[in-house]
Design a protein around this ligand. Structure first.
Ligand SMILES: [Zn+2]
Length: 152
């Protein structure tokens, strides 16, 4: 709620991220992991329909690629931390989720956040409920005298 009593939009309430590098790195590992996962499921269906040597090689290769990408995704998602509560919005740690957290069934909150970031560049931390926008610029605090003198 602002002073006029109107509820601000998600974009207006979203916080900027002081350290975005870990979030971009997690997305760079997780997007190809999703792709490899979908392709290996397609390869599995192809193999079950026509069990030939070529389909078997395709299935094994894509599954190996998906596993390697999953490992990179796993460790990079654990590094991306919420600046407010220090939890991992891209990795579910088993703690109770905030009442405002959101998940697309059957995915968990972490993968929902990754997909949301890929589509609308913003997500909500499922532990403290704070919305974040990856594209929002960081601004110095208004009452910071150093920042004020640097601007004048
Ligand atoms: Zn948080």
């Amino acid at each position: 709620m602002n002073s006029s009593g109107k509820k601000l939009s998600f974009a207006a309430r979203a916080h900027s991220l002081p350290r975005r590098r870990e979030f971009y790195l997690a997305l760079a590992w997780t997007a190809p992991f999703y792709l490899a996962l979908i392709l290996s499921l397609i390869a599995l269906v192809l193999f079950l329909m026509t069990p030939e040597k070529m389909q078997a090689f395709l299935l094994v290769g894509l599954t190996a690629a998906a596993l390697a990408l999953w490992a990179g995704s796993f460790f990079s998602r654990r590094q991306a931390r919420c600046p407010l509560c220090r939890a991992t919005p891209y990795f579910d740690n088993g703690a109770m989720a905030h009442e405002k957290s959101f998940r697309l069934y059957p995915l968990n909150c972490a993968h929902t956040n990754v997909l949301r970031t890929m589509v609308i560049q913003s997500f909500r931390c499922q532990y403290c409920g704070t919305p974040f926008d990856l594209l929002k610029e960081n601004r110095p605090p208004k009452d910071d005298p150093d920042a004020a003198s640097a601007n004048s």
